[in-house]
Design a protein around this ligand. Structure first.
Ligand code: AMP
Length: 528
């Protein structure tokens, strides 16, 4: 027997229909790379997306076809999200910061048919054209090209219909080894993720929210904001450039209440604010994720009245996994304790299940005791089952996805991320968290960046070596730093050596690349 309620498939086009109908006049502001600004609204985004559906059909784009974008954050990019899925296609957001080999691989692997791109990436597109074998149509967002392309249509059409389990979006994740892997989201998974993302512990969004998402729309499904934002009817303020002066000016002029970005965004914002004395009086909520947010960052924002939600997630989890949800006793905790909790990666919302398994024996689930570290596994309706075009599932036989992260789960469900499985340092049979060492080191006022890796050791198997970029003009010594760390980490965690370097390698998504660091120091011999 089936239930007796209406058929209303969880397809993401419902989101834009709702936004246009209920919050149609809520603005979408774009500050373009050339300094100009445009304003549209949710009704305008829907109208243009329907025109784009017609324009795509004219190019022969059909159900299941991949429509790629190579673009920063702006209203035309938002139109394309809905236009691509509206024709029944699969939106493929490409990260322009990937290396050329990766760009070649993913567009060909995805079999993209159309590419929409920013004029700023035109030289890259020209260079890649001969290597991209499946793209038939190139459309530039700028110089009137996109507007002319959709402007030839009247928008009198319908969204493609289909099953809620149809795919709607494809995002590649560039692992540290091998080729990038595609994560194929479905309408249903995306819709459930969007609905959950609005709750207070995550984006805390309703139509009063004015959101400036600094996280680029090409990264990790841009935290689902173009979908969730439509459900809530929030006002978006986009900036096609990530210059802190521009961001600050926009945030204040448009009275931005919400922002979302990786921690490095805040480093440059703080620097700018320190130089100019500017403040952000309207900002109420900052969602920070993608890598660990340092304590001083959370503290500074909290002191200025901003509620920080520190989030953990990955491309494979759509990407929301956990956020800095408040614990039941939150209001009784003092400020310091609250900051300490926010520094952890938060708790999973309804829809995400977490567990940690033993690092040596993955059949053993480790207790949620706030002490035992294990390999973090996750499951839920917006978590990956199988990579795009892969033959085999990416999950364990009992349906869990192994994240590659190492974590500790506290008795109240709070996740504490301690490392990547590939990066933990094994010393004398015990695990040392490279991330905790790094976090402790960057707390030193003279340290700009730090990365810890395990180096072979004849007695202990591996011992930590800390690579440090000093702040300009600093004369910090290895001894100073070890003294500073002495009361911050266990004695046997103290690095055997501190090496000062000019720079630390990063991945295309801006994270420290331990793989490249290891390669750079492959001849390194630890003095014993
Ligand atoms: P990506 O799929 O590129 O977004 O990368 C996901 C990975 O980023 C995760 O598996 C974590 O290793 C890392 N990550 C994401 N959020 C956090 C966070 N809040 N703290 C520490 N690491 C994080």
């Amino acid at each position: 027997m089936l239930g007796a309620m209406q058929d209303w498939d969880l397809r993401v086009t419902h989101l834009i229909d709702h936004a246009a109908r209920e919050n149609g006049m809520r603005e979408i502001v774009t500050r373009w790379a050339d300094g100009s600004e445009t304003r549209t609204d949710w009704a305008g985004i829907r109208r243009d997306a329907l025109k784009m559906v017609q324009a795509l059909r004219r190019l022969g784009v059909d159900k299941g076809d991949r429509v790629a974008t190579l673009a920063m954050n702006h209203s035309r990019h938002l139109v394309s999200w809905y236009g691509a899925v509206g024709v029944g296609g699969i939106l493929h957001t490409i990260n322009p910061r990937l290396f050329e080999e990766q760009l070649e691989y993913i567009a060909n692997h995805a079999e993209d048919r159309v590419l929409l791109y920013d004029a700023a990436f035109a030289p890259l597109v020209e260079k890649m054209k001969p290597r991209w074998t499946t793209i038939e149509h190139y459309i530039c967002y700028d110089n009137g090209e996109f507007e002319a392309w959709i402007g030839a249509e009247d928008g009198h059409t319908e969204w493609a219909q289909g099953d809620e389990r149809d795919p709607c979006m494809l995002c590649y994740t560039s692992g540290t080894t091998g080729n990038p892997k595609g994560v194929l989201y479905e309408h249903r998974s995306t819709m459930l993720h969007a609905l959950v993302s609005l709750q207070p512990a995550i984006f805390n969004a309703d139509p009063r929210a004015v959101m400036l998402p600094v996280v680029p729309m090409f990264h990790a499904a841009s935290w689902g904001l173009p979908w969730g934002g439509a459900a809530a009817g929030i006002k978006f303020v986009y900036s096609a450039v990530n210059d802190p002066a521009v961001l600050c000016e926009l945030m204040n002029r448009e009275k931005v209440t919400h922002s979302a970005g990786v921690p490095t965004v805040w480093l440059s914002m703080f620097q700018h604010m320190d130089q100019t004395g500017e403040t952000l009086p309207h900002l109420k909520t900052a969602i920070i994720g993608g890598s660990a947010a340092p304590r001083f960052m959370i503290e500074r924002l909290a002191k200025s009245g901003v509620d920080v939600a520190h989030a953990w997630g990955m491309t494979e989890t759509s990407p929301i996994g956990t956020t800095g949800a408040k614990t039941p006793d939150w209001d009784e905790l003092d400020f310091d304790r609250q900051i300490s909790i926010k520094q952890l990666q938060g708790r999973p919302p309804f829809g995400v299940e977490l567990r940690c398994v033993d690092l040596d024996d993955p059949t053993k689930v480790v207790p949620r005791d706030g002490e035992t570290a294990g390999a973090l596994q996750v499951r839920g309706p917006w978590v990956i089952k199988r990579y795009f075009k892969a033959e085999e599932d990416a999950t364990t036989p009992d349906g869990w996805f192994d994240t590659g992260d190492v974590g500790i789960i506290h008795p109240d469900g709070t996740l504490q991320l301690t490392d990547r499985t590939k990066d933990v340092i094994k010393s004398g049979g015990e695990w040392i968290s490279s991330v905790e060492l790094e976090n402790a080191a960057v707390g030193h006022p003279d340290v700009a960046e730090a990365a810890a890796i395990g180096m072979p050791h004849p007695k202990w198997d591996e011992r930590p070596v800390l690579f440090v970029v000093r702040k300009e003009g600093s004369a910090l010594s290895s001894g100073d730093l070890r003294d500073y760390l002495a009361d911050k980490v266990a004695k046997w965690w103290l690095p055997d050596a501190v090496e000062f370097v000019d720079d630390i390698p990063h991945t295309a998504t801006g994270k420290i690349s331990k793989k490249d660091l290891r390669e750079r120091f492959s001849d390194y011999v630890l003095e014993t």
